[in-house]
Design a protein around this ligand. Structure first.
Ligand code: NDP
Length: 400
């Protein structure tokens, strides 16, 4: 019987909700490309309730314990004295969400001789040293598409928030003001602007589709070109590389995975080629942007705004400069963990575990590493190597 070690974010500071804002969430059965939503044989939770925090346990306890497995759930994930590091020694399966990632570095993998499956409840497995997983023969899987649309909605919200200067205007209202000129001195219309996405995968394409009715000029760059019919339908301009796209855009949205090829892709050199006053929205991974270069570009006015929900490391230390830099619209890592998304990726996590424990193949679209190599979706979207370096800094986080 296996030990399953699950790392989840803390419960709300006011305790688990006793009543939710809404009574139901829509049931999504298929994603836009036709892929079916997760299909576990059963679920032991109510969709729309909190599953991603420690007490929610992703709704897995009854299922795992009924099969004789042990489930350990903790939020204590960083540093050598953390519960995660202690429990890792004899764990067969590690489950973690990108919002509160249990960094599985090569050192930690070396301390986990029984580890066979690293499962991401969500999308994005860059918190796992994929190179080390390849070398150790560990399977890495994630719940592809489970929260892609959740993120795309968030991207559109953040683009409009920055361009229209929503957050500072809202602050004026809360302060009791009616300072129209202060509010609009940085406010523009999105209409007519050039908006480009770095990567047109599930999220990037969903962002393009959602932006089309805003009458903007749409651009994208990706290693593989979209079908001609999609390019025509959305009137897309494709660019062979990120630099040529960023140079012509007013708004850039980053939607590629973090892997060695994309680490620090947005740095001072890239900003120097962009239009003065461009906006960047990054809901992909914090490390795709150079932390200090972002701060400098906002301070100098090279960038007009930066928003996103991804940081490095996570949780971000109290003194992370993105908390206090000018003209930002950052949130904690929330876009892919709405209550709606939690129901889907909890069901997907259960589907993967059901396959794992019954010896059935895991869907190809969920696989990142398998059989000692990049596999499934991972073989398409990632490159071999490691992007977890520096994650030990997360232990510097002090809750407010
Ligand atoms: P997909 O796998 O559908 O799309 C990723 C795309 O990125 C692919 O089209 C891939 O290209 C492209 N890509 C990879 N490397 C490069 C590169 N060097 N240059 C240009 N394009 C590249 O993933 P999703 O759209 O579902 O998710 C994307 C990322 O978003 C995730 O990896 C994760 O990091 C992040 N995410 C964030 C969430 C949040 O809560 N903030 C939640 C979910 C995901 P190709 O395959 O054509 O080679």
């Amino acid at each position: 019987m296996a030990k399953v070690l699950c790392v989840l974010y803390d419960d709300p500071v006011t305790g688990m909700p006793k009543r939710y804002a809404r009574d139901t969430v829509p049931t999504i059965t298929r994603f836009p490309d036709g892929q079916s939503a997760p299909t576990p044989t059963a679920i032991d939770f109510t969709p729309g309730e909190m599953l991603g925090s420690v007490s929610g346990e992703l709704g897995l306890r009854r299922f795992l314990e009924s099969q004789g497995h042990t489930l350990v759930v903790t939020s204590d994930k960083d540093g050598p004295d953390s519960r995660f590091e202690k429990e890792l020694a004899d764990a067969e399966v590690v489950i973690s969400q990108p919002f509160w990632p249990a960094y599985l570095t090569a050192e930690r993998i070396a301390k986990a001789p029984k580890l066979k499956l690293a499962l991401t409840a969500g999308i994005g497995s860059d918190h796992v040293d994929l190179q080390a997983a390849v070398e150790r023969g560990i399977t890495v899987a994630e719940v592809t598409y489970s929260n892609s649309i959740s993120v795309a909605e968030h991207v559109v919200m953040m683009i409009l928030s920055l361009v229209r200067n929503y957050l500072p205007s809202h602050e004026w209202v809360k302060k009791g003001g009616w300072n129209i000129a202060d509010c609009v001195s940085r406010a523009y219309d999105l209409e007519g602007m050039h908006v480009g996405t770095v990567a047109a995968g599930r999220i990037g394409t969903a962002v393009l589709r959602r932006l089309k009715p805003f009458d903007v000029k749409l651009h994208y760059t990706d290693r593989h070109r979209l079908p001609e019919q999609v390019e025509r339908e959305l009137d897309l301009t494709w660019h062979p590389d990120v630099e040529s796209m960023a140079a012509v855009c007013d708004v850039v949205t980053i939607n590629c995975p973090l892997h060695p090829e994309t680490e620090h892709l947005f740095n001072a050199k890239m900003f120097s080629k962009m239009k003065r006053g461009a906006y960047i929205i990054n809901t992909a991974r914090g490390k795709i942007c150079d932390r200090d270069a972002i701060v400098n570009a906002l301070e100098s006015g090279q960038l007009a705004g930066y928003a996103g929900d991804v940081w490095f490391p996570q949780p971000a230390p109290r003194d992370h400069p993105w908390r206090t830099m000018p003209h930002h619209g950052m949130t904690p890592h929330t876009s892919g963990t709405t209550l709606s998304a939690q129901a889907r990726y909890a069901a997907g996590t259960r589907e993967i575990l059901e396959c794992w424990f019954s010896g059935k193949p895991i869907r190809d679209e969920y696989l990142i590493v398998d059989g000692g190599k990049l596999a499934g979706v991972g073989a398409h979207s990632y490159s071999a190597g490691n992007a977890t370096a520096g994650s030990e800094e997360a232990s510097r986080y002090q809750p407010a």
